[in-house]
Every structure is written in C-alpha cells, then in structure tokens.
Design a protein around this ligand. Structure first.
Ligand code: ADP
Length: 365
C-alpha cells in the first residue's frame, strides 16, 4: 500500500526529452494506467519511479518520503516487464524465491510465500520446471509471482501482456484485475493498447511525446477527450474527423462542410465568438458508434452518404462511407444491410458531436 507522487519530473537522454514536467498523484491502492503510442515516454516514467533511471529534474515521493536518492531495492517496489526477465537456469520455485533469498528471508517463510503465490497464480504444478518448459502465459505468471512474493507497496507493470496472443491477453487482463482487488496494492501499468487501458484502469493517463495530455477515468477520457489526439487515440475504430466552418445562423451554432451544402446543428453552448468574419475553422468529431442509421428522415443532422466498403466483424459491421469527399466510418449491428444503390442516411446526434479547434486541436465542447 502506498501513495506515489510525481512532481515536475523530467528526463532527457542526451538532448532528447523523454518525459517533460510530469505531475501526477497516484492514490494508495489505485490501478493507474499510462497509455500512449510507442516512444511517448511511458516506460521512462515507470523506470524513474522504480529508480532504474536517474531523474534530471523533479521529485518522487512514496508515501510522503522523497525517494529520489534511494536505490531501487530500497523503494519497496516490484516491476514486471514485457519480456518476463526470468532466470533461465533456475526452476520456477527458485525464480519465485530469489528476491527473498537475497534479502535473507527465513527458508520456511520463503517456502510458505512461494507456495501461496504459486497457488494464487495457478502455477503450483510447475514449480520444478525451468522457464523454457513453460508457455508464454505461464512465464508471465511466474514473472508476476516473483514480484508478488516480495509484498511490494507499489506494483509497476510495463506492457506485461504484449507478448501473449489475443485470447490469453484477455484472460490475463481479468486475472490482473482480480489480483489487484485481492492484494489491495497500488498498481501502475503501462501499455500502448487503448483497449487494455480502458478495461484495466481506474484512471488513465494519456501521454504524447513526453507530455501528459489528459488524466481521467476511462469514461471521462472517452466522453470528454481534451483534444483531438486523445479523441483519436481512445476508441476503435477511431473517432471520425470532418473539417468544417463554425457559424452562428440566427442565434444557432452550425457547422458547414466545405463541399456539402448543409448546416449541421451543434449543441448551443460551444464557446465560439459570434459574428466574427466568416466563422471559425474547426474539426467536427463523432465516434463511429454514435452515428445512427435508424432515424426517421426529415430530422435535423441527417445526411446522405455513399457506401465505400463494409468491414464485417461478426456481431457488428463497420460501414466505410463517403460524405461528399470526406470518409466517415459508422459502427452498426452485424445484421445491417445497405440498400442496393449504396446510399446511406446517417444521423449525427448533436449531443455526441465534438468540436475541435483546427489550429490547437483543443476540444471546444
Ligand atoms: P514508451 O515506453 O512510451 O515506448 P520510452 O519511455 O521507452 O517510450 O522512450 C521515450 C523516448 O526516450 C523515446 O524517444 C526513446 O527512444 C527514448 N529513450 C528511451 N530509453 C533511452 C535510452 N536508454 N537512451 C536513449 N534514448 C532513450
């Protein structure tokens, strides 16, 4: 159990910034996920917390103690890596016991702890095997077990499931959630996979090029992305983006698409300065799952698009449409069939439309 506070953390490799002015408080027993594209600095944040890299500027506190100068072994932190990092010559029992042996823990205590952890992770039948005799999933369990036996107050996980196939990844994800519930310890988990972040995290930190973009619950990040980057990164297929011009017509805020003669109605409370020249360049954002196909005609915000192609996913279909010159994806149910002429009426509900500033990418509402 521990709270972790990161203050103004920065890390440079030579001149290159890996993490810049990173500020975050991770609550005691929280499951926090750091997500972002490859190279955005996620692992570096973990390695700084673990003490595996030196900080250039800033402070790290664990339970109010400043740990900047503490070596990794004194931080009471355990880290699980993508590549397992097991000792190949030791069997599973010795791999699990190693961290305790080097701390001179009593042999009987080691046995008790190793057996308890092995049972918790369902690896008690493999204790005499070497890592090479285990499947990827079993190896990852051992790696997690090795961290668990030390009763760390903070658990760091760096893409622990990336080497596993999709099915195994799903089941390990649930196991990690159960494990967190059971051992009531602070988890900080790094992944590039937004689905993994959304399913595991109590809170998510989205990073880009060394900077935090947004911190929030999965719902907040999905429903109120602060900018176009976060909006695009979270959700599959990604949010649709349509360049438009914002205007006020008779007090109503609308978005005009360049090559379509259509005024799309927007929520009235988006802060756009009224009456300014020709309007404001913006990007209309709407998620594929929020576009509806079953609305009656004649409503506002119903536009006719043309079918380009269909991706069949079994339970659902992704319609790739063209709205004038603009591609747009709509997620619908698996039984949906498109009319023979390939024309599809789509309804864009104003409540689900995001407006992004075309210059800054910021979400205006
Ligand atoms: P992520 O985990 O998000 O993929 P990393 O934290 O591993 O990103 O890396 C962030 C940036 O720092 C990248 O540009 C990477 O190339 C660079 N970097 C990471 N480790 C080193 C290192 N040991 N030496 C030089 N550059 C590094």
């Amino acid at each position: 159990m521990a709270k972790v506070v990161l203050r103004n953390l920065s890390k440079y490799y030579r001149e290159q910034a890996a993490v810049v002015d990173f500020n975050l408080e991770i609550r005691d027993r929280e499951f926090l996920v750091i997500v972002g594209p490859s190279g955005c600095g996620k692992s570096t944040v973990l390695r700084l917390i673990a003490g595996l890299e030196e900080i250039n500027t800033g402070d790290i506190f664990i339970d109010d103690g400043r740990v900047n100068d503490l070596p990794p072994r004194d931080r009471n932190i355990a880290m699980v890596f993508q590549n397992y990092a097991l000792y190949p010559n030791m069997n599973v029992y010795d791999n699990l016991a190693f961290g305790l042996k080097v701390h001179n823990v009593d042999k009987a205590v080691i046995k008790e702890k190793v057996e308890a952890v092995a049972q918790m992770l369902n690896i008690e039948n493999y204790l005499r095997r070497k890592p090479a005799q285990l499947s990827g999933g079993e190896r990852q369990r051992v790696a997690i077990g090795r961290a668990l036996v030390r009763d760390p107050s903070v658990f760091l996980m760096d893409e622990p499931l990336s080497n596993l196939d999709a099915r195994l990844r799903n089941s390990m994800r649930s196991e990690i959630m159960r494990l967190h519930r059971r051992i009531q310890t602070t988890f900080i988990y790094v992944t590039h996979d937004q689905m993994e972040a959304m399913t595991l995290g109590e809170r998510i930190v989205v990073m880009k090029k060394g900077y935090i973009q947004q911190v929030g619950t999965p719902e907040e990040i999905y429903n109120q992305p602060v900018n176009q980057f976060v909006a695009e990164f979270i959700g599959t297929p990604p949010m649709n983006f349509l360049p438009a011009m914002l205007k006020r017509l008779g007090g109503k805020l609308v978005a005009q698409f360049a090559d379509l003669n259509y005024n799309l109605s927007l929520k009235p409370d988006i802060p756009v300065e009224a009456g300014k020249g020709n309007g404001k360049n913006a990007i209309v954002g709407i998620r594929p799952e929020h576009i509806r196909l079953d609305e009656g005609t004649g409503e506002v915000n119903v536009l006719t698009a043309k079918l380009d192609m269909i991706e069949k996913m079994g339970a659902e279909k992704h319609l790739h449409l063209m709205l004038g010159e603009m591609p747009i994806i709509v997620k619908t149910h698996g039984d949906y069939s498109v009319s023979a002429d390939g024309r599809v009426d789509i309804y864009l509900p104003p409540d689900h439309i995001h407006i992004f500033d075309r210059d800054t990418g910021l979400n205006l509402g």
